[in-house]
Design a protein around this ligand. Structure first.
Ligand SMILES: C[S@@+](CC[C@H](N)C(=O)[O-])C[C@H]1O[C@@H](n2cnc3c(N)ncnc32)[C@H](O)[C@@H]1O
Length: 283
């Protein structure tokens, strides 16, 4: 396990993932009944954008740095309203203003959860799990487990609340992670078909992604969405050219909301020309 998210925190891929996560959580919180968030690959929770790792790549400057801070232009009103929960949550970790800290998925989720909602954050890297535990120690809604996320996807479903969001965000440092997502969802559905599943994947070369879509279409519900953001055309397949999420049981407003947001996000986050975004049914 060599992957360290601190090098990538707040980049364009985090922005897409966390925007979708925040839209889904806002929707879940509209109903009074409590829900549970299961984060299978949680990371350390809070990232120092001036720390050695983030400073080394500077990736956040092409991500969250284009939405908040001195280099960010104002957003059109409809997009600003949809992004407000996400951007307000990020700002709440920077009370002195500016952009020094970036919340990872566990911290972002807790910012948008209510008192009775619960978070289980799984992180297998021992040092990262310890850091995450320290970060969340004072929040009684959160439990941190040093557990294999793929195992969590079996063991922690269904949640006892019977309402839940499951974020699957593996590091993609081993071959076969796209296949593990397909199998993971197929197994998870048998335990908890009604959950909102957010399954993240990288886009370097389109060929494996097309095969992944076909495999997912066979295991996900037909109304699942594919959400993708390209920051450049995938000409060089060694680079992270874009990323996507499959969203199973999407909130009914998500497709339309992303229809508003993706043109703006892809224009903002593009690396030169060739940025694009799309949201579509999986089938
Ligand atoms: C992409 S990062 C997670 C980022 C986080 N979800 C966020 O949005 O802020 C993936 C994380 O998974 C951890 N990891 C790697 N293999 C794992 C496994 N089998 N189970 C759980 N965590 C794992 C890595 O240490 C890393 O922190």
């Amino acid at each position: 396990m060599n992957y360290r998210h601190a090098y990538h925190a707040g980049n364009f891929a985090d922005v897409l993932k966390h925007v979708v996560l925040s839209l889904a959580l806002v929707h879940l919180a509209k109903k009074e009944a409590p829900f549970r968030v299961i984060d299978t690959h949680a990371g350390i929770g809070l990232y120092d954008l001036e720390g050695e790792e983030a400073a080394k790549t500077g990736e956040w400057r092409g991500g969250i740095g284009r939405l908040i801070g001195p280099d960010a232009e104002p957003l059109p009103p409809a997009a600003a309203a949809l992004l407000a929960p996400y951007l307000r949550a990020v700002e709440s970790f920077n009370p002195e203003g500016g952009l020094r800290r970036y919340p990872g998925s566990p911290c972002l989720a807790l910012s948008l959860m209510r008192a009775a909602d619960r978070l289980v954050a799984n992180e297998l890297h021992p040092a990262d799990a310890a850091t995450l535990r320290r970060t969340l120690v004072s929040d009684r809604r959160a439990k941190v487990l040093e557990l294999d996320g793929w195992l969590a996807l079996k063991a922690q479903l269904p949640p006892k609340e019977r309402r839940g969001l499951i974020l699957v965000d593996p590091p993609f440092e081993e071959a076969g992670e796209l296949d593990r997502i397909v199998t993971g969802l197929a197994n998870a559905r048998r335990r908890f078909d009604g959950g909102v599943y957010l399954l993240w994947y990288p886009i370097k070369d389109m060929r494996p992604v097309t095969r992944f879509h076909q495999a997912m279409a066979a295991v996900a519900r037909a109304d699942s969405l594919v959400v993708e953001l390209m920051i450049r055309s995938p000409v060089d397949s060694d680079r992270l050219n874009g990323c996507g999420l499959v969203v199973m049981n999407p909130p009914y407003t998500l497709e339309a909301d992303l229809g508003v947001l993706l043109p703006i996000l892809s224009a903002r986050l593009a690396d030169g020309s060739g940025g694009s975004g799309r949201v579509a049914r999986i089938g």
